[in-house]
Ligand binder design. Sequence first.
Ligand SMILES: [Mg+2]
Length: 296
Amino acid sequence: MEIGSRRKPSRRPLPLFEEWRAVARRLRRAKHVAVFLDFDGTLAPRRRKPDQVRLKTATRRVLAQLAQDPRVTVKIISGRTLADLKKLADVPGVECLGLHGQEVDSERSSKLAASPILERARRQLAARLSGLSGIWIENKGPVFVVHYRGAPAAEVREAARAVEAVAAAFQPDLRMMPGSKIWEMLPGNFKNKGDAVKEALSRLPAATLPIYAGDDTTDEDAFKVLTKGITVKIGAGGFTAARYYLPRPEGVRVFLDRLQEELDSASPRTALAARSPAASEPVKESAAPRRSANAR
Ligand SMILES: [Mg+2]
C-alpha cells in the first residue's frame, strides 16, 4: 500500500463559475435536485484542529433555505461521527450522514461500536507513534484517525511507515484511507461516500439531478459514481474525478446561493412564498483559482 498515492485524472476539472451557464441550464430543467456536501474543507474552512471548525451563519441560512424547497434534498456527508457532525451542522431539513455515510439518522439508536480488531490496531499504532509530538490519534469509536497537520516532515515520514505497517498487518479487516493531513483507519467492510450517495439516490425520484461538493480523497469515491451529476472539487490542483472545481471553500456558499437563485427563477411563485428577502441579495464571484497544489 502506498500512502498518498494518486490516480491519473481522466480530464481536468473546469472552473465552476466560468461554466455556470451550462450548470444553470441543467438546474432549471431538473425536477428534483439532491445536494450532497462534505463538511470540513467544503462547507466550512479547515482549522488546525477539527474542533475549531465552525459553519458560518450565511452558509447555515442558505442550506436551510434550500432544504425548505420541495424540489431539493440536502445531505451533509462527512468523515466525522454523526453526533459530532450534528453538533456543527444541525440545520433544519438537512440530513447529516456520519463516518462517510456509514452512520445515518435512522440508525441513531444503534450506535456503532469499535471492533476489537480496530482497537488492537489503534493500540499498536499509538505505541509506535508515542514519541512523535506532532502526530496525534483521534478515536472516533468505530474508526480512528491519525492526524499529522503541522507536524515536522521527519515525523510525518516515520508516522507514514508505522501507519502502512499496521494497515498491512490488519488487512482485510482494516482499511486505510488517506485524507487531508490524515490517515483514517476504518473497518474493511465500511461504506465509502460513493456507496452512501448511490444508496441515497436510490430512494429519490429517478430523474433527480445529483450535485456533490467535496475537497478530499474520500470525496473522490462519490465523484466517480456521479458521472452524470454536477460534481465539484473544492481546492485547485491535485487530481480529481470531479467535473468542476472551486478554488476555496468560501466559494461553496456562493455556489449554494446561485443554486437557489436558479431554482427560484425556474419556479418563481414557489420561490416567493418560500424565501426570505435576504436570500435574493446579489452574490459576488469568489477569488481567482490558486494554482498551488497545496491549496489547503
Ligand atoms: Mg472534507
